[in-house]
Design a protein around this ligand. Structure first.
Ligand code: HEC
Ligand code: HEC
Length: 228
């Protein structure tokens, strides 16, 4: 009997925990993040977006990453959201104007955990995730970079090292840490299935190359974590 009561109390506490997280999201985060969907349906809406959509967070992020990042946020989109508002023409190419980029709010450990719990319950895109199957595999860094950069042109918009790569998309040297592998695969397969007006092109990447890219991005994150 005691055990049952304890289990019930624990379940209630966990629900209260996620509820508390949802309260924080609604009061402190919803001014910049869309928590309910749908994604922007016009370019005007897209460009007015103040932060990435979070309404499918449970299909996108690794929970451990969320808990850490919310306590100690680092920049993911080198030129912020929306990038054209934060770049200026440089001598050779466009440069970031750091004065226009503000640091992200950070949360206490308890709040970060509660918010991460609440975010992980948001899973409206599980049908897309279910279509992806990640196979075991490895790829050499040079081969991965060849596919990513030379064959598919992904580097025009994404960084694969701090200060190396394009500015208009999120950096990808921590993508393996941040994102669920099925989300990475699904987003590469069809960015517009996630975000209808996003400027990442659908390159009709083959299943084989999607697997290679997932393995490559995971290896990059591993390397980045090891401080190489
Ligand atoms: C003033 C606007 C603003 C507020 C308020 C805000 N954010 Fe953000 N958030 C942003 C922007 C802009 C980014 C993109 C940062 C980057 O790419 O470097 C971001 C990024 C994120 C990310 C990473 C998303 C991704 O896919 O890269 C998470 C998670 C997040 N915010 C959660 C929160 C939570 C939780 C709160 C409330 C406690 C919050 N944000 C409040 C503007 C905001
Ligand atoms: C024209 C610019 C552009 C090109 C080229 C491009 N992307 Fe993207 N990519 C983006 C943008 C913009 C986003 C979404 C930004 C956001 O959510 O704020 C994105 C998102 C992603 C994401 C999800 C990242 C995240 O943090 O949510 C992955 C993975 C990705 N791209 C991989 C690729 C790969 C692999 C290629 C090459 C096949 C590629 N991209 C080509 C602009 C680009």
């Amino acid at each position: 009997m005691k055990k049952v009561l304890f289990a019930m109390a624990l379940a209630l506490a966990q629900t209260a925990w996620a509820d508390g997280g949802m309260d924080i999201l609604k009061s402190q985060c919803s001014s910049c993040h869309n928590l309910t969907g749908p994604a922007p349906q016009t370019l005007k809406e897209l460009w007015a977006r103040k932060g990435p959509d979070l309404f499918y967070a449970g299909n996108k992020y690794r929970k451990e990453w969320l808990v850490q990042w919310l306590q100690n946020p680092t920049r993911i989109r080198p030129a912020g959201e929306f990038y054209e508002d934060h770049i200026k023409p440089g001598e050779k190419h466009d440069e970031i104007d750091p004065a226009t980029l503000k640091p992200h709010v950070s949360l206490s450990k308890d709040d970060a955990q509660a918010v991460a719990d609440a975010l992980m319950t948001l899973k409206p895109k599980s049908d897309l995730i279910a279509k992806e199957k990640i196979e075991e595999g490895t790829i050499s860094k040079s081969m991965g970079e060849m596919v990513f950069d030379k064959f598919l042109g992904c580097m025009a918009c994404h960084r694969i090292e701090p200060d190396y790569g394009g500015l208009s998309g999120p950096e990808l040297y921590t993508a393996g840490d941040r994102l669920q592998p099925e989300y990475i695969a699904s987003y590469i397969r069809s960015p517009q299935a996630w975000d209808p007006k996003i400027w990442m092109p659908n390159k009709h990447v083959s299943d084989m190359n999607i697997q290679k890219l997932v393995h490559y991005l995971e290896a990059l994150s591993q390397e980045n974590k090891n401080g190489k």
